[in-house]
Design a protein around this ligand. Structure first.
Ligand SMILES: O=P(O)(O)OC[C@H]1O[C@H](O)[C@H](O)[C@@H](O)[C@@H]1O
Length: 350
């Protein structure tokens, strides 16, 4: 552990031009959610000179008495945001149980997770490696693609859900001659080529600290603004939801087949229905499920990696637009009685 944490500390010192305490004067709070990430406060931030008072839930407790340690979870993100605001901290850092996922919160309480974290990491990596390909999971937003390609001059390769899938794809691209330095999921899993493609949430946060430290070393004193500025221009949808539609594996409509076969049949049917609707356009390149644009937004219906579930992501510029997209999905999935559409029904208020 000492070898690992001293490597993280050394990386930030190096980024600052070898200053011993490059984060002196910064106040950074950590929320480990009672998982394994509590070390980051005492073993990484403090040796670098940052104050960490107000950090919370640093003691491991497998019952997770405070909140689920998950940087995608609303309650978890509210907890770290509140800690940042209460302590008037410069930055908040949150980890999942085993520190392979992470996210941050800036000094104003802006959450830097999901698409925003990918945008931020892409900005950092593309400064170091202009033009490189960023590999992400399938539920990333259209705004993220525009940001990576138009603002940052990189290439966005939206692949499949699953951290192993995105990392393996980035490794494959490199061996096929296409340079990629970052594989990252909206879940907060992320891996860099320079870190031997390790799925390491602490290292992602070190890349943010490097930015703070180098800005400070060059005389800038805007706290976490150096990070927030990097995501400026990222278009964000007004509505972004994930609804999980369960397949009842014991339902007669499966006719003895597997839930996967059933899910594939749902997806095929949805694809046929959307093909015949002129208001909807199938994504020209897509590696997982059915991704469709329309009404100024998009939806993706796909099979879960592990569960008998079809997760449905919808992003749209307004609730009305999101409802139109949801209704298009409902028209297809209603023909499959083993599918529990209650989450979608509730969203659509039908
Ligand atoms: O397909 P889902 O049920 O949404 O789950 C997808 C998720 O599964 C696991 O948690 C993996 O660690 C993640 O990398 C992945 O994103």
């Amino acid at each position: 552990m000492t070898v690992y944490t001293s490597g993280l500390v050394a990386a930030v010192r190096k980024a600052s031009g070898n200053i011993e305490k490059p984060l002196d004067g910064f106040h950074i709070v950590v929320d480990a959610g009672n998982g394994a990430g509590g070390f980051f406060a005492g073993k990484v931030l403090e040796p670098l000179g940052a104050a960490t008072s107000g950090s919370q839930f640093l003691e491991p407790d497998g019952l997770f008495p405070n909140h689920i340690p998950n940087p995608e979870d609303k309650v978890a993100m509210e907890a770290i945001t509140q800690a940042v605001l209460d302590n008037k901290a410069d930055l908040g850092i949150i980890f999942d149980t085993d520190v392979d996922r992470s996210a941050a919160v800036d000094s104003t309480g802006l959450e830097l997770n999901r698409n925003r974290l990918i945008a931020l990491m892409s900005a950092i990596v593309l400064e170091e490696h202009p033009g490189t390909t960023i590999v992400t999971d399938s539920v990333t937003s259209d705004g993220l693609t525009t940001f990576i390609e138009k603002k940052l001059g990189g290439k966005h390769h939206r692949f499949k859900r699953g951290y192993r899938n995105v990392i393996d794809e980035a490794i494959r691209l490199n061996s096929a001659g296409e340079e990629s330095h970052l594989a990252i999921e909206t879940s907060g899993h992320g891996a860099l080529k320079e870190n031997h493609w390790l799925d390491d949430g602490a290292y992602l946060m070190v890349k943010l600290l490097n930015k703070l430290a180098s800005a400070r070393a060059s005389g800038a004193d805007g706290g976490s603004k150096v990070l927030t500025d990097l995501v400026e221009g990222l278009q964000e949808p007004t509505v972004a939801v994930e609804l999980r539609l369960k397949i009842d594996q014991n339902h007669a409509d499966l006719k003895g087949g597997s839930f996967r076969e059933y899910g594939e049949a749902v997806l095929k049917h949805l694809e046929n229905i959307t093909d015949s609707d002129p208001k909807l356009q199938k994504a020209p390149v897509n590696y997982e499920g059915v991704r469709v644009s329309g009404y100024g937004g998009w939806f993706l219906l796909r099979l879960s990696l592990h569960d008998p579930v079809l997760p449905l992501n919808i992003e749209a510029p307004s609730n009305d637009h999101a409802v139109k997209l949801g209704l298009a999905v409902l028209a297809a999935v209603n023909d499959f009685p083993a599918l529990d559409t209650s989450a979608l029904d509730k969203f659509l208020d039908v």
